[in-house]
Design a binder for this molecule. Structure first.
Ligand SMILES: Nc1ncnc2c1ncn2[C@@H]1O[C@H](COP(=O)(O)OP(=O)(O)O)[C@@H](O)[C@H]1O
Ligand SMILES: [Mg+2]
Length: 588
């Protein structure tokens, strides 16, 4: 990940961000133009007011006065027009840019290898993809153009003021340092205060989120009162942090108002005196100056804020680009397209570890012939599930070869390889969607009829139709409305409709109720029929039916053979396992 930029303004980063506006070039130029036009127009109306007072009112020239009024009205209309379109299109641009960045980021993330996700916290990635990108939009909507517009406006105003009366200008400029100083002090204080607010908000969020997810624990151990008290405490801190920002605001704004009032007072005092003595300063100039000084001070107070916004956006952009620059893909250089695989699998001296230090698969070799079902058994952590990860190329092996249909799997395109393999994982993941969509995974080539047909074939149709809404039952977050056995059945169906050449099942270790168990067994029989299957088996029924059993221990295959063959080995690992684990199961 790229280092966070400490610079106030990172030009390279900025250029890269601007590249995202290329698709909206017309809008970009229009917004820039509107910003410039706004600053020009803003300067015009006080000037027209001055002319109206000095030239028309004092000379009692009604037509001229009407003329100026019309001009002022015209300026106002233009101002409204540019302001309106500026706000709309600057935000429109920001939203379009972040939409593009977000889509790009998501697409990239879907191709990252599993190792990347092992190392990155889900919360952080989500924050990058959602919140950080949101912050980027403010560069366009509030930061960049606003700053340019404000700076331009201030420069023009200062110029016009100097041109109108350098004496009065000097008086107004004399107040500037006071405002700038006050603004800086305020900004620094606010920065610290907001840091604290953000921390407290994060605390509050994670507290509430955790208690809601873990509400069962809270209630089982009757911790309601304790948690309630802790929550009061956290809330107190949160409130305190906010009140501090309110306090700073309530000091700063009156002070800023006061400074600008002082400036106006001085303008009236000096200008009035000069005008009364018949000097060069006219009433029109004094009026214009009052307006100009306010127009000068207001953006000054906000400009630091806008710089902050810009900076925050840039920091966010830097983080997001950090992910966009991540090169973490499984190499996809194979060109062979695997279709209608026969399903021969061979592991040849495969070695693998999730990290360098620890080898999880230690020199494993085995063969599965087309149509065979093999069972892998072994203790937790032996490396059974890892075998699946390797066959799918979720991880790159360290050495050895894995072949499907006698060809190294690296020579196939990733997509074609994976399309031939269906996996039912140990923990079934369901999206917060209907059962139907969870089965087809939104593949429109699979019709509802086909799904129902498949469900009948593996014997789960009745179970699904017994749910409210049947196939259109929404399973909510992570499928929490279903039991683990029911989730597994859905996963079976998901695998079955994809009609894979190779099927892999990672049986759930947790016991399921006997009704689901029966259905799962029937489904397993049906779905493994006539196709190459690897079953990481915990149920004796599955193991017994397998053509071959591989017994794994600590990353090695320690025994292999059929159920009966393995039982014949005196002191065999499998025999031992069988006696400890399954004899009781069989007795029931
Ligand atoms: N994503 C991962 N990152 C790092 N280590 C892992 C990961 N997944 C599994 N392991 C480790 O690899 C070993 C084998 O795990 P696994 O194949 O899941 O075992 P099994 O399925 O036989 O219970 C274990 O020691 C486990 O801690
Ligand atoms: Mg496992």
């Amino acid at each position: 990940m790229a280092k966070e930029s400490g610079k106030a303004f990172d030009f390279k980063l900025f250029k890269r961000l601007l590249a995202f506006t290329n698709a909206y070039r017309g809008t970009f130029y229009f917004v820039a133009f509107a910003a410039i036009a706004m600053s020009g127009l803003a300067v015009l109306s006080p000037h027209l007011l001055r002319l109206a007072i000095d030239n028309a009112m004092f000379n009692r020239d009604l037509p001229l006065l009407q003329y100026y009024l019309m001009l002022m009205l015209g300026v106002l209309v233009l101002e409204v027009f540019f302001q309106l379109s500026f706000i709309y299109y600057a935000n429109w641009l920001g939203q379009n840019v972040i939409k593009d960045i977000r889509v790009k980021l998501f697409k990239l993330m879907t191709s990252f290898k599993m190792k990347y996700f092992d190392k990155s916290a889900v919360g952080r990635l989500t924050t990058r993809a959602v919140n950080d990108i949101e912050t980027i939009s403010s560069i366009f909507s509030q930061g960049l153009f606003m700053i340019i517009s404000d700076l331009l406006k201030m420069l023009t105003i200062a110029g016009v003021m100097l041109y109108m009366s350098w004496r009065l200008s000097l008086i107004v400029f004399a107040i500037l340092p006071l405002i700038i100083y006050a603004t800086r002090v305020f900004q620094r204080a606010m920065k610290v205060a907001f840091e604290e607010v953000r921390n407290q908000v994060a605390n509050l969020n994670s507290f509430v989120q955790e208690r809601i997810t873990g509400m069962k624990i809270v209630q089982i151990f009757t911790r309601e009162e304790t948690e309630y008290k802790r929550f009061i405490d956290i809330n107190q801190k949160h409130k305190k942090a906010w009140v501090k920002t309110v306090w700073y605001n309530s000091i700063f704004f009156p002070i800023a108002e006061m400074a600008s009032s002082i400036a106006i007072g001085l303008i009236v005092w000096y200008g009035g005196l000069n005008a009364a003595e018949g000097g060069v300063i006219t009433l029109g100039i004094v009026t214009a100056f009052i307006q100009y000084s306010q127009m000068l001070f207001r953006p000054l107070r906000q400009i630091a804020d806008k710089f902050n916004t810009l900076q925050m956006g840039m920091v966010a952009a830097n983080r997001v680009f950090g992910i966009l620059d991540t090169k973490s893909h499984i190499s996809n250089e194979g060109e062979k397209v695997l279709t209608d695989a026969k399903g021969a699998i061979a592991f040849e001296n495969v070695r693998f570890g999730y990290n360098e230090k620890e080898e999880v698969i230690k020199d494993i070799s085995f063969k599965v012939y087309p149509g065979e079902t093999i069972a892998i058994v072994g203790a937790t952590g032996a490396g059974k599930s890892t075998i699946i990860n390797l066959l799918n190329r979720f991880y790159e092996i360290n050495s050895g070869t894995i072949k499907v249909d006698r060809v190294d799997i690296k020579e196939y395109t990733l997509a074609s390889l994976r399309s031939q393999i269906a996996v039912v994982l140990q923990d079934v993941f369901l999206f917060a969607d209907t059962i139907l969509n969870n089965i087809t995974l939104n593949d429109t080539n699979i019709s509802e009829e086909e799904v129902i047909e498949a469900a009948k074939a593996i014997g789960v149709h009745k179970f699904i139709t017994s749910l409210p809404n049947g196939y259109h039952y929404n399973v909510k977050e992570r499928g929490s409305m279903l039991s683990s056995g029911q989730r597994q059945l859905i996963a079976f169906l998901r695998a079955y409709v994809s009609n894979p050449s190779i099927l892999i099942l990672d049986e759930a270790t947790s016991s399921v109720d006997s009704y689901s168990e029966e259905m799962i067994q029937a489904a397993t029989d049906k779905i493994t029929q006539g196709r190459t299957s690897i079953v990481i088996a915990h149920r004796l029924a599955t193991i017994k039916k397998a053509d071959k059993i591989l017994v794994m221990d600590a990353g090695k295959i320690v025994e292999s053979g059929t159920h009966l063959e393995l039982l014949e080995r005196p002191d065999g690992y499998y025999k031992n396992l069988y006696e400890v684990q399954f004899m009781t199961e069989e007795a029931i």
